[in-house]
Design a protein around this ligand. Structure first.
Ligand code: PLP
Length: 385
């Protein structure tokens, strides 16, 4: 009787996802502990890059630098033949310093400051995203020959970190942007979308690609020359909920792009997928307390120290060295800010104590990249093996 229930809970055929081996974390701790750190296994980053390419042979991966801008990680990805997408000129400088040609860098932040566009143009960046008429005019005003791609709205259903709403032109707005680009004789040459981060629903890509093709038709009818499809980021990694494998997502993408001519370059912007599994974020319990009958635990890394994604409901696999019976704990960060609460009523062993280590698995993305010195707490270390 249990088998059908299990099947319903996990709609995806199981796939083997590889995480950093725990012995590597234990070995690192033998050197002592000063402050929270992220430890990354570079072999896993390499494997993920290769697996992504095999799952979607026609799709060029461009790493989303924001997910982990550590230069050692970027170097590994350069060696694996991965391109890049950036959100700012600081990310651009980081890549240029590592010798990445500006022509391989896509500027995918939909609203950029004029100064940032001028700087990127001067450095040789060719491709710029937009999702409004204002941004179209701004970019063309700075760089009339810019190659442009239009970010359209797409469903974010089933994504643990939705990105819809803030960016992405709706169909009628996209049409107006296409008309204006044709009038300005701008080189609007591509379409992009983002299905939401940690997207567990491959159908979002199918819909995004279908909508992109509709925009291509509109572009052609107005004399524009569409030649870039950018299917964005969102490829999930294993945390607590079931995920479709990259191969499953690849099946949907490959089928959806099969009728696109060779003249269309197809790219993606994976962030999380390439780096999360390689990393484990290690921090420590600084204190425990009972408040109104409830157990509280305070870690030395909270929302401001790198563990921010729990605030939107993302649930990591978290290990400890304790084996007590699980009881509900509220977990907070070390700062004095009342928003610095990571999880409420989450199950952890009842015998958790000051000094215990916390091992947050598959945390190579969007952890250290978010960390700040708020309240004087140190930034986490990054160790790349
Ligand atoms: C424009 C853009 N591309 C790609 C990504 C990477 O997304 P993910 O890490 O979910 O693959 C992001 C993440 O916010 C993004 O904003």
């Amino acid at each position: 009787m249990t088998a059908p229930a299990l099947k319903e809970e996990n709609p995806f055929p199981s796939s083997t996802e590889i995480s950093i081996d725990f012995s590597k974390i234990a070995k690192q701790l033998e050197n002592g502990y000063e402050k929270p750190f992220l430890i990354l296994d570079s072999e896993i980053v390499r494997n993920k890059a290769r697996r992504f390419k095999e799952a979607m042979p026609r799709v060029f991966p461009h790493f989303a630098v924001k997910s982990n801008p550590d230069p050692r990680v970027l170097r590994i990805l350069i060696e694996e033949g991965v391109g890049f997408e950036i959100a700012s000129i600081a990310e651009l400088d980081l890549l240029l310093d590592l010798g990445v040609p500006a022509s391989e860098i896509y500027y995918s932040n939909p609203v950029k400051s004029r100064h940032f566009i001028e700087y990127a143009a001067e450095k040789g960046v060719e491709w710029y995203v937009l999702d409004s008429i204002e941004e179209l005019r701004k970019i063309v005003g700075v760089k009339p020959d810019a190659r442009l791609y239009l970010r359209i709205d797409t469903p974010n259903i089933g994504s643990d970190w939705p990105l819809g709403g803030k960016f992405g032109a709706y169909a009628d707005e996209a049409e107006e942007i296409v008309i204006e680009a044709a009038r300005l004789k701008a080189d609007l040459a591509g379409v992009t979308f983002h299905v939401g981060s940690q997207c567990r629903n491959p159908e979002n890509w199918r819909i995004g690609i279908r909508r992109a093709k509709e925009v291509f038709e509109s572009m052609k009818s107005k004399g524009l020359d569409p030649r870039l499809l950018n299917i964005g980021g969102g490829y999930p990694v294993q945390h607590m909920k079931p995920i479709p494998s990259i191969e499953m997502i690849g099946d949907v993408v490959n089928e959806s792009i099969a009728d696109l001519p060779e003249s269309v370059r197809i790219m993606a912007e994976p962030g999380r997928y390439l780096v999360s599994d390689a990393g484990c974020f290690v921090c420590r319990v600084v204190g425990t307390a009972t408040r109104a009958g409830k157990r509280w635990m305070y870690w030395d890394a909270g929302l401001f120290g790198g563990v921010i994604e729990t605030s939107e409901g993302l649930r990591y696999r978290i290990d400890t060295d304790r084996h007590g019976a699980p009881i509900p704990w509220t977990v907070a960060g070390p700062t004095c800010d009342s928003v610095d609460i990571l999880m409420r009523e989450e199950l952890f062993p009842e015998d958790m104590q000051e000094g215990d280590f916390i091992y947050i698995r598959n945390a190579g993305a969007y952890t250290t990249a978010y960390a700040s010195n708020f309240n004087g707490f140190p930034l986490p270390d990054v160790i790349v093996l």
